[in-house]
Write a protein that binds this ligand. Structure first.
Ligand SMILES: *Cc1c(COP(=O)(O)O)cnc(C)c1O
Length: 364
């Protein structure tokens, strides 16, 4: 038998979260962001549940090919555009729309031979300082693109650095609109956090939203709001079983480094899940875990293939009992991936993207 660890992708939760996202921006079209193999869920596993989106956004050309292989004929947007000239041939062949964020990409497009002109998304750098033309250089880039026979329609995009925090979106929105107010073309401004938090302000200003994390049931601004606050459902469950039991007495320690020491009798469950499965080693004593759907805590250090949990709140648990590391228990109890991520000093995005290939993953 394989080890009992297993991941499940929940189709109905993906559909629910897509509907929630649409409700937050009812007039906008939706790019379902499926980069990083659909945030670790698997493009093929999420495709059916998300196919009512208006398009798919990602950045790996091989992933775009996989979407076309699923017979998706609708829009696909390459969020980082092309990395080298021959990528443009694939864009022409597969009908991919692509971001243009630097002059080198305009040079490549100007040298590209194509029958059908491309739809491009010209990106402004409104302060994130990763990709995009600064507001001062944006119009010159637009003018250059607009003169190319290789270009069909130019859409305008930017990315908010602080939509999830106290700085908000107003400085970026102002910078973007000051430069683009008289330019034609569709706009794409918001990620998940901007869509959920600033729907009213952005209504009518963004033709295409670009939600990622909300589709996967994680809160874009945890802990200010939980996934439940946003009415999002977990789309991934990481589950395993108890494969061993220990009975500690006061002073006994657990695991590498003996970092946890019992202050009284303690029933301990050993779980078949470790950092080689993608469970963060940074999760320390106190990280929430469900056993038989009951909330308890991790104790001691996470090792490569195992971790240990306190069974005090679940006296009936024993060998083979169900353990939910994040997601939904078979009885319907929920443990948010955001809480586990917080215990590891990271975000839900990183955990869902990092589930290891050795963990079997199925769709339900
Ligand atoms: C990843 C990404 C998104 C989606 O971000 P979420 O925070 O997951 O909603 C949107 N736009 C761009 C350009 C991205 O790279």
């Amino acid at each position: 038998m394989p080890r009992p660890i297993h991941a499940t992708v929940h189709t109905s939760a993906l559909s629910h979260n897509l509907a929630r996202t649409r409700a937050a921006a009812p007039d906008a079209r939706v790019w379902a962001v499926v980069k990083a193999n659909a945030y670790g869920h698997g493009i093929e596993r999420v495709f059916d549940a998300l196919r009512s989106a208006d398009g798919f956004a990602l950045l790996d050309l091989a992933e775009a090919q996989r979407l076309r292989a699923l017979d998706w004929r609708g829009p696909i947007l390459l969020l980082e555009g092309c990395f080298e000239a021959r990528d443009l041939e694939l864009c022409s062949r597969l009908g991919l729309w692509h971001a243009i964020h630097c002059n080198e990409q305009i040079d490549m497009l100007a040298a590209h031979k194509t029958q059908l002109p491309h739809r491009v998304f010209l990106k402004m750098n409104t302060g994130m300082n990763r990709l995009g033309f600064t507001p001062e250089r944006f119009r010159a880039a637009w003018t250059r693109l607009n003169a190319l026979p290789q270009v069909d329609e130019i859409s305008l995009m930017q990315h908010f650095p602080d939509a999830d925090g106290p700085r908000g979106i107003s400085a970026q929105l102002k910078a973007f609109e000051a430069v683009t107010h008289d330019l034609p073309g569709e706009r794409s401004l918001s990620n998940s956090a901007a869509t959920m938090r600033y729907g009213a302000i952005l209504a009518g200003r963004s033709d295409w939203i670009r939600p990622g994390i909300v589709l996967y049931g994680s809160s874009p601004d945890f802990p200010e709001h939980s996934a439940a606050d946003w009415d999002l459902q977990p789309t991934m469950t990481l589950a395993s079983k108890i494969i061993g039991l220990q009975h500690l007495v006061a002073g006994d320690t657990v695991g590498y480094g003996s970092s946890f020491s019992a202050d009284g009798p303690l029933r301990l469950g050993v779980v078949a899940c470790g950092y080689a499965d993608g469970y963060p080693r940074h999760c320390g004593t106190g990280t929430p875990v469900l056993v038989n759907g009951v909330r308890t805590r991790l104790v001691g250090r996470v090792s490569m293939d195992m971790l240990t949990v306190d069974l005090t709140p679940v006296p009936e648990a024993g060998f083979g009992s169900e353990v939910t590391l994040w997601g939904q228990s078979s009885g319907g109890a929920v443990l948010s991936i955001d809480e586990v991520a917080q215990a590891a000093g990271t975000v839900g995005y990183e955990l869902m993207c990092a589930v290891a290939p050795r963990v079997p993953m199925t769709v339900e």
